[in-house]
Design a protein around this ligand. Structure first.
Ligand code: BJ8
Length: 440
């Protein structure tokens, strides 16, 4: 069904139905062209095609049903949101629209031009009322990660309620203590929204559901990236599946990702790869890819490279750690474990952030990658500045790296393609030279 079938619901929640339908239809066309035309796609991708067609339809109806049952619906732009608490309350936690250039001119009526496109796009979606997820939210989860975001919350709050969590920028004991208090406060805020206390058991259930979801994504990552001879799914599809994890119901999603992984397991066993032998294997590092930001993946894979995973918040940074429930018997310990898990997130907003550099070097070696692309959204100062420290470490290890800074416009696509082509040529040359010398 198209979004037109849900026009009554969409209009009830304040969506600008005509504008929204135009945007959605353009998004679906672009998805069909870029994704559904790929040869040799896993059959299990059919579920994700279906989900894409219902992304602003059936899923929105599900979320609004949850709200009618007095359970929370929370939208976010950051993986620091303790979604276990929301899910434990029977609610829905999801990523909000923020990956399209179409809403940026509206956002620039309230925000400066020279801030990151993710924030402007998201703000514009609210001003235009074209994101049904934003319109369905009891509140938007905000955090104090970067300057642009934390000031935007004050402006966005005029249009939609925002609950801001204070995320420290260092990880000393006193910072972690404050972080735990913030998680407790977040739980209390959820209780206010639903008008009742959350039990320990409900929260443990929420943790178990999200742990399973992260485990399924860890499994997908292993299948995508750990076998140097077989890449059983394109990077574009890998990214898309991960992106949908921020919107779908977590239990259904986990089941579908595991079904996909079963098929990929078979492919790996039979040696069925979607790329030709010796295609350069790349890891993408850096800022998140909010849908429909598929520009880099499409360009790289149309140019002859394979993206085997993303060291990003729509990627490895989101699913790498689970909440440890071992020996947890009371709420205070549970809050400790949640804080511990979230403080493992190595966002560039922290100083120092050396675990991120060590992790990248390990990821590269474990996955036997051929190179990395350091991707930063324009005007993202934290990731941009941190690229110096990351590339220095990569250089020391002799790891080839291409740095790309981009926004959501199509203007630089040609330039990115030329730079990616040159990078891939140099990687292919290196590979051949190594093979010639007999180096593994
Ligand atoms: S945990 S990366 S999701 S803050 S790209 S808005 S940092 S200027 S998205 Fe992020 Fe949470 Fe960190 Fe991840 Fe600011 Fe940079 Fe824009 Fe960013």
């Amino acid at each position: 069904m198209g979004v037109e079938a849900y026009s009554d619901l969409l209009s009830d929640i304040g969506v600008d139905v005509d504008k929204h339908a135009k945007m959605m239809n353009a998004g679906l066309d672009s998805y069909k062209k870029q994704f559904m035309s790929q040869p040799n796609r896993p059959k299990a991708m059919e579920y994700f095609n279906w989900f894409m067609s219902e992304i602003q339809g059936q899923r929105i109806a599900e979320i609004n049903k949850i709200r009618r049952e007095k359970k929370p619906a929370v939208g976010t732009f950051c993986i620091f949101v303790p979604e276990e608490i929301i899910v434990g309350a029977g609610g829905a936690c999801y990523g909000l629209c923020g990956g399209s250039p179409a809403t940026i001119p509206d956002a620039e009526s309230e925000l400066p031009r020279n801030i990151c496109p993710l924030i402007k796009s998201a703000h514009g979606f609210k001003l235009q009322r074209t994101c049904a997820y934003t319109q369905s939210s009891d509140f938007i989860y905000g955090e104090t990660t970067c300057e642009a975001k934390k000031k935007t919350w004050e402006i966005l709050n005029k249009h939609h309620p925002v609950h801001v969590m204070n995320i420290p920028h260092m990880k000393r004991e006193k910072d972690l203590k404050m972080w735990k208090e913030e998680i407790v406060e977040f739980k209390e805020h959820i209780e206010e929204v639903i008008g009742k206390k959350l039990t320990f058991d409900e929260m443990v259930d929420g943790v178990k559901i999200i742990n399973e979801k992260r485990k399924a994504l860890q499994r997908l990552d292993t299948l995508r990236s750990m076998n140097p001879n077989v890449v059983p799914i394109s990077g574009k599809d890998g990214l898309f599946v991960t992106q949908m994890g921020f919107l779908d119901d977590p239990v259904r999603y986990t089941e579908k990702v595991n079904e996909l992984c079963d098929e990929l397991d078979e492919r790996v066993e039979k040696g069925v790869s979607v790329f030709e032998k010796d295609t350069p294997r790349l890891i993408v590092l850096g800022t998140p890819f909010a849908p429909p930001n598929w520009k880099l993946h499409t360009t790289v894979e149309n140019t002859g490279g394979a993206i085997i995973n993303e060291e990003s918040c729509i990627g490895h940074r989101y699913y790498k750690d689970n909440v440890d429930l071992e020996g947890v018997e009371d709420e205070d310990t549970l809050m400790d474990r949640l804080m511990k898990r979230y403080s493992e997130v190595d966002c560039a907003c922290f100083t120092p952030n050396t675990p991120r550099v060590d992790k990248i070097l390990k990821m590269y070696k474990d996955r036997q990658a051929d190179g990395v692309i350091y991707y930063t959204l324009s005007f993202c100062h934290t990731y941009n500045v941190e690229s110096h420290l990351v590339t220095e470490a990569l250089e020391k290890e002799g790891i080839p790296c291409l740095i790309i800074e981009s926004d959501y416009s199509a203007e630089d696509t040609g330039q990115i393609k030329t730079r990616v082509e040159a990078f891939l040529e140099s990687l292919t040359f290196k590979k051949k030279a190594k093979a010639f010398k007999g180096i593994k």
